[in-house]
Design a binder for this molecule. Structure first.
Ligand code: DC
Length: 223
């Protein structure tokens, strides 16, 4: 029998478009390492705020970034990024980080600091015995893994996404974050050519997951 292929699933989309729930579900169903790259940008943002580095001060930002050691810890099926041996806590979902993260994420030097780390997680997934990797973010199918086996782009009307965030008890200016994320020069949020675009506004999460899972199951049977 042919060996089971190692697969990479890229899921991109704006805030509250359904990326996290769907990628966690696919991770469990197909035994894939789950990676939430938004948490990496959030953790770096929290670290820079903690150090008093502003997004406008590039020399200070570069100096701070060059001294950071990034490593990985598994939490169940999810990869957590350690900065200097420590995983950031709830502060990455704070109002301050919500407001600042898109400004830091627009800086090419900060994105470059995460590029090799993110790609290296495919090796972590293999080494830990997963059957593949599901990575969610804004530029996974366009910049991090443009040759991923599956590339999905989720989107939904802004009003519906705001309701979802409010339901999670979070204060988040998602329209403003999406505006900055989509209009930045470095790896903007966009549906890359060839990706499967799914509008999640009027469909249930289960329906979204089943649509993605059906495509994946053709290549990798459920675990
Ligand atoms: O997925 P999230 O809302 O937690 O992401 C937080 C921010 O991080 C988002 O507004 C933009 C940035 N981000 C990014 O620029 N590229 C990624 N691959 C993931 C997130």
């Amino acid at each position: 029998m042919a060996p089971t292929p190692f697969i990479i699933v890229a899921i991109d989309g704006g805030a509250a478009s359904g990326k996290s729930s769907s990628s966690l579900a696919l991770s469990a169903r197909f035994d894939l390492l789950h990676v939430d790259t938004g948490s990496f940008y959030r953790a770096l943002t929290a670290e820079m705020l903690r150090r008093g580095v502003s997004p406008g001060d590039l020399p200070a930002l570069q100096a701070a970034l060059s001294g950071l050691k990034l490593s990985t810890r598994l939490n169940g099926r999810s990869a957590e990024m350690e900065i200097d041996g420590r995983v950031a806590g709830d502060e990455i979902r704070s109002r301050e980080v919500n407001d600042a993260v898109s400004h830091f994420a627009a800086i090419p030097e900060l994105r470059a600091a995460l590029l090799a780390y993110q790609r290296g997680l495919a090796g972590v997934a293999r080494a830990k015995g997963f059957r593949g990797l599901v990575m969610e973010g804004r530029d996974i199918g366009s910049a991090i893994f443009p040759s991923a086996d599956f590339r999905f782009f989720l989107h939904a009307e802004a009003g519906e996404r705001e309701r979802r965030r409010a339901g999670q008890g979070q204060q988040d200016q998602i329209r403003e974050r999406d505006r900055i994320d989509s209009s930045r020069k470095a790896s903007p949020l966009t549906c890359p050519p060839g990706a499967t675009s799914i509008n999640t506004t009027h469909v249930t999460l289960d329906e979204v997951i089943e649509q993605m899972a059906a495509a994946i199951a053709a290549k990798l049977p459920p675990a």
